[in-house]
Design a protein around this ligand. Structure first.
Ligand code: SF4
Length: 289
């Protein structure tokens, strides 16, 4: 693999376990870890999902992951490219993989080993480990504790929160998991004080923008989560940021979901900033068109 030539996520569907990409939200090189090289596995069915249907005979191998991750990181370092993060995302929901815990541990170890071997390396100085999750793993008490401990010990957890109302949840995430149950568990996670980032996709589905009721409920919900997290976490932070992002890449279900006008994302961010300020909460709100 050539770091400089990799510019999209399509290698994931070819069975790649490690796939370097340039990420707008990471603001640079992100080395993706895909725990599902054989087929997509997810508890959501988002209409904007970028994973195209595929099937390979390849299974996940920890040994292959470790070798490929090490090799991709060394290649970036040789080319003086800062590695912004090692990101667990890939073809589905990472916490649904039985390999998730060991793969997370391996990524942390490889980052530490390389940092020791190349002490002072500027390319590794700020390399984060990121998990992009839809949050459904929090329903499992063991996974809840694993994620809480990992987040308290440096994992950057980016948690999807597309909808505050059940109707919009059914439209945006199309999951069999009850919305109320999931929100309640996310609320418990916030109240535990474990740091995390909220990610919300704002787009149109079947030509419809999120309804007014959804916008109001979302601002209220995020503000409540931020308040619960800050109360538990104190001055150190709680919720690290809220990322509002738009549909920027093709999806197999296109044109079911379409990008919303840029002003809609900005408007949502402004509404949230105002609510957070009124509640005296300091949480950055970022927009990625
Ligand atoms: S949660 Fe992520 S992987 Fe799962 S369907 Fe939605 S966008 Fe795709």
């Amino acid at each position: 693999m050539t770091i400089g030539a990799v510019a999209d996520h399509r290698s994931r569907e070819g069975g790649a376990i490690i796939y370097p990409v340039y990420s707008r939200r990471s603001a640079g090189l992100s080395i993706g870890v895909n725990l599902f090289p054989d087929t997509k596995i997810c508890s959501f069915d988002c209409p904007y999902c970028e994973v195209f249907p595929f099937k390979t005979d390849l299974g996940f191998s920890l040994k292959t992951m470790k070798a490929a991750l090490r090799s991709a990181m060394l290649e970036a370092m040789e080319q003086n490219i800062p590695i912004r993060d090692i990101c667990f995302s890939g073809n589905g929901e990472p916490t649904m993989s039985v390999h998730f815990a060991e793969a997370l541990e391996a990524a942390k170890n490889i980052r530490s080993e390389l940092y020791l071997e190349h002490r002072g390396s500027l390319q590794l100085a700020e390399t984060k480990i990121v998990l992009i999750t839809n949050g459904t793993g929090l329903l499992d008490p063991l996974m809840f504790d694993l994620l809480k401990n990992a987040a308290n010990n440096g994992l950057y957890l980016w948690l999807k929160l597309d909808a505050a109302t059940e109707d919009w949840y059914k439209t945006m995430d199309k999951s069999d998991i009850a919305h109320e149950t999931l929100l309640s568990r996310i609320g418990e996670f916030a109240a535990s004080g474990a740091p995390f980032t909220i990610q919300t996709m704002v787009c149109m589905v079947k030509g419809q923008l999120p309804p007014e009721k959804e916008k109001t409920a979302w601002v209220r919900l995020v503000t409540e989560l931020a308040a619960a997290s800050a109360a538990a976490h104190g001055a150190r932070g709680g919720i690290r940021a809220v990322q509002i992002y738009g549909k920027a890449r093709p999806a197999p279900e296109d044109p079911l979901a379409e990008a919303a006008p840029a002003a809609i994302l900005e408007e949502r961010a402004e509404q949230l900033r105002a609510a957070l300020a009124e509640a005296a909460l300091s949480v950055p709100v970022e927009v990625y068109q």
